[in-house]
Design a protein. Structure first.
Lengths: 311, 205
């Protein structure tokens, strides 16, 4: 098929049949409209309410405080992420290609400051100003030691901060954790994290990164069969088909070597880019472009034509 | 030959078409299979997506959470998208097995592939702006892949305002332009003849 044939190139001058394109479109539009209307009426669409920081703080306070401590210790996903949020990590790499690092920090976020310290300035808890003063007056190493020690103590107590005995070894971290918890439970934190630029929120980067750092949000996703090893974001909540067209993307996360690779995201992204190029340029790909001739499904499609012309 | 840009543009565009090519009332006899219906079904679904999207747009992003009518239109939008992709995938597979890129129709294939990819991006941004748990989950999951490729530095999936403008203002325009371009190419080149068609009378010499 490398050489174009005359019959393929030239305007068709053989037998024709009447074909009413406009009528075909109108009928298709009506049929699809009725079908979609029926599906909408019968199956509706999912609308699982969004999760708020208040909901997290009320329903999983221990997880909230542990995550807050992690933000202060610099151990959460966000705190160690790297570009585009911060320089705490280099991000993923495709061999020698550190694309994530090269793209740079364009959405600067310091989780300890943005998620914890700055919002606490709005706390009405009388102990918070002193706690913040102690935190801000300490060296970075001291801050990390306080938070890390407190995080270890919480873990030792089974994840429950209320079972950790009070100690000066944790500095102001316990007070900051409880202070932020109260701020979140009172529904103030959600607004604080989305209105730093304008009182009209449209950017949910901060609350979503904070929420995703905790275990509560992750458990909600798992319960809705949305984890990466459950075909991830291709799914939707409930029993809806979701973005089934992303199956080729989600597939690779289920198989080795990607499944256990630390750089799976960029490796799969690169693979998808290659496959995408292959898709666009499929007519130019050797062997692939001969498959339609080798596997004669076209005989079925044009069976009437072949029958009428004894081919 | 005229050096006027207007003349050159007219010769390169409208003069390439006969009225019969743009809105033909007949087709080659081989255009007789259900597979041909899936192209027009895709376009019909796209029209319903646009109409239902415009209704939601006119009432605002969170209307459908508090109104049963709004929820119905959200459902119409969802299911028309689902059918749109089903029809488009069947259409694409059909065109593959027909080797429809023959006869300098590579651009027709490529614009079809690009329309599919642009539709995936448009659908994805739609899922980001539902203002519910699905949006939250999809955004937090998708950010890692996009960030790893450097795209997250420019397109922040957690910025719902950005995703909304892309979904409502930019990407439908991209899909629309590619779809129109694709249809024009189909009309320009005509429907590809069957494999082995040269063995019978009818192929113009």
């Amino acid at each position: 098929m490398s050489k174009e044939r005359n019959v393929d190139l030239a305007k068709w001058s053989g037998p024709k049949r009447p074909y009413d394109l406009v009528k075909e479109f109108v009928i298709a539009f009506v049929v699809v409209g009725l079908l979609v209307g029926a599906m909408a009426a019968i199956f509706s669409s999912p609308d699982e309410p969004a999760v708020t920081l208040q909901q997290w703080a009320k329903q999983a306070p221990a997880d909230f405080v542990a995550t807050t401590t992690g933000e202060l210790a610099g151990t959460t996903i966000s705190a160690s992420y790297g570009p585009p949020y911060n320089k705490a990590g280099e991000g993923l790499a495709l061999g020698p290609l550190k694309i994530q690092k090269w793209a740079g920090v364009t959405i600067p976020i310091n989780p300890a400051v943005d998620f914890v310290v700055d919002p606490l300035k709005f706390s009405k808890d009388a102990t918070i100003p002193a706690a913040l003063a102690q935190w801000n007056g300490a060296s970075a190493d001291q801050q990390t030691k306080w938070a890390s020690d407190y995080a270890a103590a919480i873990e030792k107590a089974g994840g429950d901060y209320t079972k950790v005995a009070a100690s000066d070894a944790y500095g102001p971290v316990p007070a900051m954790g409880v202070g932020l918890l109260a701020l979140a439970q009172s529904d103030v934190l959600d607004g604080l994290l989305t209105t730093t630029v304008t009182p009209y929120p449209s950017d949910f980067t901060k609350p979503m990164l904070f929420l995703a750092d905790g275990g509560y949000f992750d458990e909600l996703g798992a319960a809705q069969h949305l984890h990466g090893d459950q075909w991830g974001m291709m799914n939707e909540t409930g029993s809806y088909p979701g973005q089934s067209w992303l199956w080729l993307f989600s597939l690779w996360y289920q198989v080795e070597p990607f499944k256990s690779s630390e750089n799976a995201d960029i490796q799969i992204f690169a693979l998808l880019m290659l496959l995408t190029l292959g898709f666009i340029f499929m007519p130019k790909l050797p062997f692939i472009n001969r498959l339609p001739r080798l596997i004669p499904i076209h005989r079925l499609i044009w069976r009437r034509y072949y029958r009428e012309n004894n081919l | 030959m005229s050096t006027m840009w207007t003349t050159k543009l007219r010769k390169a565009t409208v003069e390439k078409f006969e009225p019969q090519d743009i809105l033909p009332d007949d087709q080659p006899s081989y255009v007789a299979s259900w597979i041909y219906v899936f192209g027009v079904l895709t376009l019909a679904s796209l029209m319903i997506i646009i109409i239902s999207g415009l209704v939601i747009t006119s009432k605002g992003a969170i209307w459908w959470h508090s109104s049963s009518v709004g929820h119905f239109f959200n459902s119409v939008h969802l299911w028309s998208v689902e059918l749109f992709f089903v029809f488009m995938v069947v259409h694409l597979w059909g065109k593959f097995w027909m080797a429809s890129w023959r006869g300098r129709r590579f651009a027709t294939w490529a614009t079809g592939a690009l329309a599919f990819l642009a539709s995936v991006a448009t659908g994805f941004t739609g899922y980001l702006i539902q203002f519910d748990f699905d949006s939250q989950w999809i955004a937090t999951q998708a950010k890692d892949g996009l960030n790893s490729a450097g795209i997250g530095s420019f397109f922040n999936v957690l910025n719902t305002g950005q995703a909304m403008l892309l979904h409502v203002a930019l990407l439908p325009l991209v899909v629309g332009i590619i779809a129109v371009w694709h249809v024009i190419l189909v009309r320009r080149r005509g429907v590809v003849p069957p494999l082995d068609a040269q063995e019978i009378a009818g192929g113009a010499k």
